[in-house]
Design a protein around this ligand. Structure first.
Ligand SMILES: [Zn+2]
Length: 153
């Protein structure tokens, strides 16, 4: 999703496009591949708009998510992450460095067909694979777990 289409969606929903919101949106677009958490978004967006606060960042992310413009990914053991890719895809989640990669699914499940057959009203979907990314696997081979932990410390 690009900047203009997000701004258009905000306006269509009657939401104001403030400079603070705009800074958050720009960071989401630029760092979208990282599936950033709120703290990273705040850190980067503040460079663009000094008056941005952490609470405004959270409020903006929440609002964008509630309106279906972005998606919030909630986890048990790590902070919420946000994604702008609204196409059906698998999130490959690295359990060590917490990186999230998108993988475009080769087959799209017909969710309307599933709903029709089962009578189930589908409100959300999540496709997730957990494991270790290439970088983390390489690090484990080089120096074992200890090395990685030191790097993150
Ligand atoms: Zn990793």
């Amino acid at each position: 999703m690009d900047r203009e289409s997000i701004i258009k969606q905000l306006r269509n929903k009657g939401l104001k496009v403030t400079p603070q919101r705009l800074a958050v949106i720009e960071v989401l677009i630029e760092q979208g591949d990282l599936h950033p958490g709120a703290r990273l978004v705040y850190h980067e967006a503040k460079k663009r708009k000094k008056s941005l606060s952490l609470s405004t960042t959270y409020a903006t992310l929440d609002e964008l998510s509630r309106h279906g413009i972005i998606k919030t990914l909630q986890f048990d053991r790590m902070e919420n992450r946000y994604e702008t890719n609204r196409e059906e895809h698998i999130n490959l989640i690295c359990e060590r460095c917490k990186k999230i990669l998108d993988y475009k699914v080769p087959i799209i499940v017909d969710s309307r067909g599933v709903a029709k057959k089962t009578g189930f009203s589908i409100t959300d979907t999540r496709l997730e694979y957990y494991g270790y990314c290439r970088d983390c696997q390489a690090k484990t081979k080089e120096g074992g777990d200890k090395c990685v932990e030191e790097e993150n410390a």
